[in-house]
Design a protein around this ligand. Structure first.
Ligand code: C2E
Ligand code: CA
Ligand code: CA
Length: 731
């Protein structure tokens, strides 16, 4: 039975009882937990409604205490509230944030205080909460883990912010450095005229550092640098208040060292921190301005003598003419040309020529008054303007004559060069101004005409422009107008005179001669109008027309079979045309335009063209020879006829001047001369053409001398193209 006793605990009743107790225990625990939870929910709701009520009750007196600033009332509110067990601290602020009343009750020690304080601790380098043992997975562990995560995020973003701040400071510094190194002056001024900012360039020019300049007033800073500070301040005002940008194209600026600069300034509005200021950027344009001034000077002055040039002469003379008219006095224009200056240049070289011109310039300046004007037009041409001579025209003319005479004698004093004594004379043309309706250009032209009159009469003298000259000039002007129209309306025409081989009597070519059919005057001789074309410069256009017309004709004749191989058509080239720089290019372009037969074009030039600039002339002729153009020397025998330069020239033909041929029968001298020319030409391997042959007897003599070709009325006058074509066809 002893066995039965311990078996009681294994007995079914006991087991049932045990289960029953455990079940009851578990159930009661569950039920009490549910009850606890329900109580908690109830409590929470109750607490919330209690807080609500408390706030509702406490708010009106609190608000009242704030609006009436009633201290007692506010303390009552504070104390009343503290009586609630769950309120530990009460503070009443007014609307500006000042504490009106404050009170607190001691708070019971709470286990979680350390947590709160750790979370709210916001010093940098936050400490992390101590992790709970890893097996803890409860709410507190989770709370700690997520708090630590939060702290990580906070710290990361703080670090980021510090990095951004650092980068910002760095980039600000870089910007500052860049601005300091810019070669422009940069500054910012506020509306009161104080500098808030200046870069190094600006500060240095003013003798400060950028830091020193800050908060200094422009009146103090710039009193020795800027001449119109008031305008400057007004500009700032306009920019800041009007919110517009301004340009100051050029302003004078003196640096701390006293150096004068020219600045170009741009002013614009800028928000500088919380202020609207004027940002001023200035560029130093001193060098540009100096270069400009130099160019200006060069445009108005002659480089060699430093005298005013034609541009300035015309400007000042225009002004002077108006002034004389307004004030009723007379002045004079003197056109001075050195006599045979070219011989100095050619025989002694350009350096000597230049030296003489310089001395002439200074002598001219010394022989006139301060208010007079001495200008150099070109080469050896000078103009002197004598201002305010007299109110009476005769007296003025007399005075002009006296001064001109003085100038002439001063110029003809000897010039010393390397212990060499040179003598130069001059020709002076004088015109008194103002005259009825003349312009500066007319005036200069009159003086020029008078000067030419001196040259024609034998140089080294003075001539006044007179009525007769005026007539000549006005005729010339009328003719110029007519010639313009002639070119536009096609009144020019080429006539052709055949060139004949003396031995075979065959046509070997022709000379094209210009004709002008004047609408009222009929045929006008080229002897009359070519000089007008030359002086007016129209010869360039007309010469081009001649070249083109001749080329067209050559092409036409070539196609119709009239023009045989080896035949040449000559055109006359005037000096002004030949000397032009673009001449070669124009001719080549024309040759490219018209495909004329090979080696069919010849150009007649005179010795005068060649003698002045032999090297240039040779270069032009050589280039054109390369394009199949041959050259003839026209009117040979009337000029220099120096064998030494003839040898150097790429000329294939000499044309014996009509004047020698004319008298060849009666005049023994001419006969000898013509024979000499022919002999010389043959020696130089040149072809010879006799011009103006009218009689068989003349031709016989020329033939006996060995002349190759001739032109003249004997075979044909110059004839229009149709007749010439018939002539060619018959031969
Ligand atoms: P030039 O080059 O000496 O031309 C020859 C001149 O002599 C031509 O005068 C011609 O008509 C004339 N003539 C020809 N045979 C005889 C003759 O047997 N007896 C006489 N007494 N005279 C004769 P034109 O046509 O009046 O030309 C005069 C000058 O005009 C030319 O002299 C030339 O220097 C110039 N000229 C003519 N056409 C042109 C041209 O197209 N351009 C240029 N720049 N000058 C030209
Ligand atoms: Ca000719
Ligand atoms: Ca001739």
């Amino acid at each position: 039975m002893r066995d039965k006793a311990p078996s009681f605990f294994n007995g079914i009743s006991f087991q049932l009882a045990k289960i029953g107790i455990i079940l009851a225990f578990v159930l009661s625990f569950l039920l009490s937990s549910v009850q606890l939870y329900l109580d908690f929910l109830n409590q929470e709701k109750e607490l919330e409604s209690l807080i609500d009520r408390v706030v509702k009750v406490a708010t009106p007196p609190a608000v009242r205490s704030v609006s009436t600033l009633d201290d007692e009332l506010s303390y009552e509110v504070v104390n009343g509230l503290l009586r609630y067990g769950f309120i530990y601290e009460v503070v009443i602020y007014d609307d500006t944030g000042n504490v009106l009343a404050q009170g607190s009750s001691t708070r019971p020690e709470v286990k979680t205080r350390w947590l709160t304080s750790k979370i709210t601790d916001n010093t940098p380098g936050v400490n992390r909460l101590t992790q709970l043992p890893a097996q803890r997975k409860d709410e507190l562990a989770q709370l700690i883990a997520s708090s630590n995560q939060l702290l990580d995020v906070v710290e990361l973003s703080l670090a980021k912010r510090r990095a951004v701040e650092l980068a910002l400071r760095k980039s600000e510094e870089h910007l500052r450095q860049i601005i300091d190194h810019l070669p422009v002056m940069i500054g910012a001024r506020n509306i009161a005229g104080y500098y808030l900012f200046a870069n190094k360039a600006l500060a240095t020019e003013l003798g400060y550092t950028p830091e020193q300049m800050r908060n200094l007033h422009v009146r103090q800073l710039l009193k020795n640098s800027v001449f119109d500070i008031d305008t400057m301040l007004q500009n700032d005002y306009r920019v800041i208040r009007g919110n517009e940008e301004l340009d100051v194209v050029e302003e004078r600026f003196v640096t701390a060292t006293g150096k004068q600069l020219f600045l170009q300034t741009h002013i614009m509005p800028l928000a500088f921190y919380d202020e609207k200021v004027a940002l001023i950027v200035s560029v130093d344009i001193t060098e540009r301005k100096n270069a400009q001034a130099k160019m200006e000077f060069m445009a108005h002055h002659d480089a060699l003598t430093g005298l005013p040039n034609r541009v300035q002469l015309v400007e000042r003379l225009e002004h002077e003419l108006r002034r004389a008219e307004r004030h009723g006095y007379f002045g004079a224009v003197l056109f001075i040309d050195l006599d045979q200056f070219k011989t100095i240049n050619d025989s002694l070289g350009h350096p000597v020529g230049d030296r003489v011109l310089e001395v002439v310039a200074s002598r001219l300046q010394q022989s006139v008054r301060e208010e007079d004007l001495v200008a150099r037009l070109s080469g050896d041409e000078f103009v002197v303007v004598l201002t305010v001579l007299d109110q009476n025209i005769e007296t003025a003319a007399l005075r002009a004559g006296e001064i001109s005479e003085k100038i002439r004698s001063i110029i003809s004093q000897p010039y010393m060069y390397d212990s060499m004594e040179l003598r130069v004379t001059c020709s002076v043309g004088v015109v008194v101004y103002p005259d009825k309706n003349n312009s500066v250009h007319e005036l200069l032209r009159y003086a020029d005409t008078a000067m030419y009159q001196v040259k024609e009469k034998g140089r080294d003298s003075i001539e006044f422009f007179n009525e007769e000259m005026a007539d000549k000039v006005s005729r010339q002007l009328t003719m110029e107008g007519d010639l313009h129209r002639a070119l536009e309306e096609g009144h020019f025409q080429l006539y052709y005179q055949p060139k004949i081989d003396i031995k075979s009597n065959r046509v070997v070519g022709a000379e094209a001669l210009l004709r002008w059919h004047h609408p009222t005057k009929g045929m006008v001789s080229p002897v009359e109008f070519i000089p007008v074309l030359e002086t007016s410069g129209m010869i360039i256009e007309v010469g081009q027309w001649v070249l083109e017309d001749a080329c067209k004709t050559l092409v036409k004749w070539h196609l119709s079979g009239l023009w045989q191989e080896g035949m040449r058509l000559s055109i006359n080239i005037s000096p002004r045309q030949f000397r032009r720089v673009a001449f070669v290019d124009d001719v080549i372009a024309t040759l490219e335009k018209y495909q004329i037969p090979k080696d069919s074009l010849d150009m007649e030039i005179t010795e005068g063209i060649v003698i002045q600039r032999v090297d240039d002339a040779i270069a032009t002729m050589t280039t054109l020879s390369g394009h199949g153009i041959s050259f003839s020397l026209d009117d040979f025998g009337t000029g220099y006829s120096s064998i030494s330069y003839l040898k150097r020239l790429p000329v294939s033909t000499l044309k014996i001047d009509r004047g020698f041929v004319r008298d060849i029968i009666e005049d023994r001298n001419d006969r000898v001369l013509v024979e000499t020319i022919i002999t010389m030409g043959r020696l130089l391997d040149m072809e010879l053409v006799a011009e103006g042959v009218e009689e068989e007897e003349q031709l016989a003599i020329l033939k006996s001398f060995g002349c190759d070709y001739y032109q003249g009325y004997l075979s044909s006058q110059p004839i229009p193209i149709e007749r010439f074509e018939t002539f060619l066809g018959k031969k």
